[in-house]
Design a protein around this ligand. Structure first.
Ligand SMILES: Cc1ncc(COP(=O)(O)O)c(C=O)c1O
Length: 422
């Protein structure tokens, strides 16, 4: 719950940044009507009732991400129910807000980190080093040594050179090897750059053992926003084969890390989290039989995505003349303010406006900067109300994951995406 003191403190913070805008007052009524038009229940990615209520009176800079931390807790609990035997390592990169880390730490989550900065963030919230993994496969040796000095003993790798660094800078630690998997079906694939071929992984894990490391297991990531559940089965089958191959070299692996991929609700419906749990549990049974390995999951998007809403403002509505009848709608939030996952129009956010329910027309949706890459949707069919005009507030739903941290510091002199947790 947000205390009154908390509200005041945050308002003061915004006032002191001189960001609060008179137009926020005028926007209250329009936001209220937009919020009320979101009929989808919050648990399916509709507007969180807490955020809707908060926006009725909050004075915020624009754009601003509002995160409902209670919903973060609910999604964490939902995943634990779906996979009761898994150790959940929240992927901090999805949203490293202090309130999010604090809530998840209190709920019992572990943390998957990508850098020393994320490790220190978690340690700063009292998370014990045994609950933190350093899951990035690309690490400086000095950072590995610093993590080790802080007590971190669980590391990812996918190459021989990284393994050598780990053996030197993190002796005796548990290590897991990430394998390449097909990310087909994912809206935000994480293929090619991470992982190695399973044959190579088998050699590297045996080598890890020789180097005095604890060859703990295998990881993969089927791609973020993955809605094809069979991808988990295919990858778990690969992991089971790898277990056998490493066993034949005299080393016993114990853990499978299935990464993330669990979805937020964007423009199209997604399977419930219980289906992901079932798919993973069934696949483990099918491919490992009675020798069930320890299971790690690293959810990011699912935990925080639907819990966040960006309140934004229309800066300009125009058209270009000629044959293209579409209107261009420029928002004060764009690719450089956190909506980076609109790259190639991959993630398709839902947009609420104060005029929803009235006549619409096709639009190109773009950000405010002087960069022509700053277009959110040009090929995807987006339609917004004809009545939409400069000054209107719009809400961009399910934006709690992978937004604030993608926001540039001051591209075009514009401030980074503000964020408030309630
Ligand atoms: C190693 C690792 N684990 C977990 C995640 C989280 O994935 P998701 O947001 O799809 O749950 C990521 C995302 O980039 C990742 O790189």
């Amino acid at each position: 719950m947000l205390t009154n003191g908390g509200v005041k403190a945050r308002k003061r913070q915004f006032d002191s940044q001189d960001l609060a805008d008179d137009r926020a007052e005028q926007a209250v009524a329009t936001l209220r009507s937009a919020a009320r038009r979101s009929t989808m229940p919050a648990e399916r990615g509709g507007l969180s009732p807490r955020i809707a209520t908060y926006l009725e009176t909050a004075k915020l800079p624009s754009p601003c991400l509002v995160v409902d931390v209670d919903m973060v807790g609910q999604h964490y609990a939902g995943l634990v129910r779906a996979l009761p035997d898994a150790a959940v390592f929240y992927a901090v990169k999805a949203n490293p807000a202090h309130e999010v880390v604090k809530r998840l730490a209190a709920a019992g989550s572990n943390f998957d980190t990508a850098s020393l900065g994320e490790i220190d963030l978690c340690l700063g919230h009292g998370v014990a080093p045994e609950r933190i993994s350093y899951g990035n496969t690309i690490k400086k040796q000095s950072d590995i040594a610093a993590a080790y000095a802080r007590g971190i003993r669980l590391f990812a790798f996918d190459s021989e050179e990284e393994l050598t660094k780990l053996a030197q800078a993190a002796p005796g630690s548990k290590v897991f090897c990430r394998i390449l998997v097909d990310c087909a079906g994912a809206e935000w694939p994480l293929s090619r750059k991470f992982g190695c071929e399973p044959d190579m992984a088998a050699d590297l894990l045996a080598r890890a053992h020789q180097l005095g490391l604890d060859a703990y297991g295998v990881s993969f990531h089927v791609g973020s926003q993955q809605t094809d559940l069979t991808q988990y089965d295919t990858a778990i089958a690969q992991a089971a084969d790898l277990f056998k191959a490493v066993d034949a070299k005299g080393v016993r692996l114990r853990m499978v890390n299935v990464g993330g991929g669990f979805p937020s609700r964007y423009r199209t419906d997604v399977p419930p989290i219980s289906s992901y749990g079932r798919a993973i549990r069934d696949a483990l049974k099918r491919h490992f039989g009675a020798n069930t390995p320890e299971l790690i999951v690293e959810p990011g998007r699912y935990i925080v995505g639907d819990a966040g809403v960006i309140a934004s403002e229309v800066v300009l509505v125009s058209h270009k003349g000629g044959a293209d009848q579409r209107r261009w709608v420029y928002l004060d939030v764009g690719k450089f303010h956190g909506l980076a996952e609109t790259m190639d129009e991959a993630i398709k956010y839902r947009v609420l406006t104060p005029h929803d329910g009235t006549e619409t027309m096709p639009v190109v949706l773009a950000g405010p900067t002087c960069d022509s890459a700053d277009i959110l949707y040009e090929k995807t069919d987006y339609r917004l109300p004809k009545a939409l005009k400069a000054g209107d507030r719009v809400l961009i739903l399910s934006t709690g994951a992978y937004t604030t941290t993608y926001s540039s510091v001051a591209f075009n002199g514009m401030p980074p995406l503000a964020s408030v947790c309630i």
